[in-house]
Ligand binder design. Structure first.
Ligand SMILES: Nc1ncnc2c1ncn2[C@@H]1O[C@H](COP(=O)(O)OP(=O)(O)OP(=O)(O)O)[C@@H](O)[C@H]1O
Ligand SMILES: O=C(O)[C@H](O)COP(=O)(O)O
Length: 404
């Protein structure tokens, strides 16, 4: 790896700034954190820093959103899962935060306030511009080393992500290291055939991933499901009905139909589309072949008749990379395709999953441990799969060059 890892750092007795991504769904009424996956995934790194003074930097949501809030509940959640005291302070780098950090003893954990409460943190800046921000200058003066474990935020070129590594000796935390190593393995050395299964609603991201992995010869097959499948079906000339066509237009993905067409003409034999769909008709699930999709019923899931062929592709794969569900799984009648595809994918030797919705379904099905890797990144995971270097990773690489 070209980024530093925890084994490269001497942290004993040091003050460590640890950037995590605890950004989680929150019940707006009670403020309760509804999913603790990201907390659980960061625990090994927090535990690995137990000989240090561990100062945690995290964000929750963004300015303007309903769940943009303080981190008291996050500190409580971490304390509960960690089984050690976590002190929370409602300050990022003011006097209260600085005093709290300087009075810490080795082994203590302190969580600072939501870093996005500071306006600078919400700017997208180059690493060189970020290192000159007040937030980076102040935070870097409060600690000895920086550990970035926030893979979920790795696609954001924001001050605490890309600026701190320019100012301090830095390393990836254990989660960041595992995410980068596992996702990199998809591109080199993954057991073949490699199948990408792209679903959900983020069609632009999925098309960019498909382009990247087909052009580079990383994917042997790309299976499209969910709204992504609808766009490919449109590209192939199928009438998918007014409600689903309207949804594609409403999501501003009509331009993606042209890109899907180009992919089909170049890599058609590698792209697997459903040959049957399930629509909602008279309040229930009805299955149709592609030439008979009703004009006025929304496509809600892959058809059960199409699952045999898709499952066969998955079963014969050495690697499966899955992002996004096959249908509107929130409605039990249309969760069939998503559940079936996830169950089959979980048995593939090397199985990697991205996407918050998809990860939540897997957890509900009790299949978490059956997958090789379930990424904590939504946007970060997708961006990695499109072949772009993540700003956080680039910054850690540069930090290694600067500080050794
Ligand atoms: N055919 C369809 N029509 C409409 N919505 C669909 C269809 N198939 C899937 N969806 C919706 O896709 C949504 C999830 O898509 P998304 O791309 O957000 O997934 P993800 O990548 O796993 O999650 P996240 O965005 O949290 O990282 C679900 O809410 C589901 O209802
Ligand atoms: O959940 C995420 O994708 C990360 O925490 C980044 O959040 P953002 O999209 O608000 O930057």
């Amino acid at each position: 790896m070209t980024i530093g890892t925890l084994t490269d750092l001497d942290i004993s007795g040091k003050t460590v700034l640890l950037r995590v991504d605890f950004n989680s769904p929150i019940d707006p009424a009670s403020g309760e954190i509804l999913d603790d996956k990201r907390f659980r995934e960061h625990l090994p790194t927090v535990r690995a820093l137990e000989d240090a003074r561990c100062v945690i930097l995290a964000h929750q949501s963004r300015p303007g959103k309903k769940d943009f809030t303080t981190l008291q509940a996050h500190a409580d959640k971490l304390e509960h899962l960690l089984g050690r005291q976590v002190t929370y302070i409602d300050d990022v780098f003011g006097r209260a935060a600085r005093d709290a950090v300087s009075s810490m003893r080795a082994g203590e954990v302190l969580m600072l306030e939501n870093v996005r409460f500071n306006a600078e943190e919400n700017l997208t800046l180059s690493p060189d511009a970020a290192k000159g921000t007040h937030i980076c200058r102040m935070l870097s003066s409060m600690a000895d080393v920086f550990v970035n474990d926030a893979f979920g935020t790795a696609h954001r070129s924001q001050p605490t992500v890309v600026g701190l590594p320019m100012l301090m000796r830095s390393a990836a935390g254990l989660l960041m290291e595992r995410e980068v190593a596992t996702l990199s393995r998809v591109f080199t050395g993954a057991p073949r055939p490699v199948t990408f299964i792209l679903g959900g609603t983020k069609v632009d991201d999925s098309v960019a991933v498909a382009e990247n992995v087909l052009e580079k010869g990383v994917a042997d097959r790309v299976v499209v499901i969910g709204v992504v499948a609808n766009v490919f079906l449109m590209a192939a000339g199928h009438e998918i009905g007014k409600p689903s066509t309207d949804l594609v237009a409403q999501l501003k993905y009509m331009g993606e139909v042209e890109k899907a067409k180009a992919l089909l003409s170049r890599f058609g034999e590698k792209i697997v589309m459903p040959d049957q769909v399930a629509v909602r008709e008279a309040g229930g699930r009805v299955e149709y072949s592609l030439d008979r999709i009703p004009a006025d019923a929304p496509v809600m899931d892959i058809g059960t008749g199409a699952l045999g062929a898709v499952n066969e592709v998955i079963r014969s794969s050495g690697t499966v990379v899955l992002n996004g569900p096959a249908g509107v799984f929130e409605d039990a009648a249309f969760a069939v395709g998503t559940h079936e595809i996830l169950r089959t994918s979980s048995k593939v030797p090397f199985s990697v999953v991205g996407g918050g919705h998809t990860a939540a379904v897997i957890e509900k099905m009790g299949l978490e441990s059956a997958f090789t890797h379930i990424s904590t990144g939504g946007g970060a995971c997708i961006e990695f799969l499109t072949g772009k270097k993540l700003p956080a990773v680039a910054a850690l690489e540069r930090s290694k060059e600067i500080f050794g």
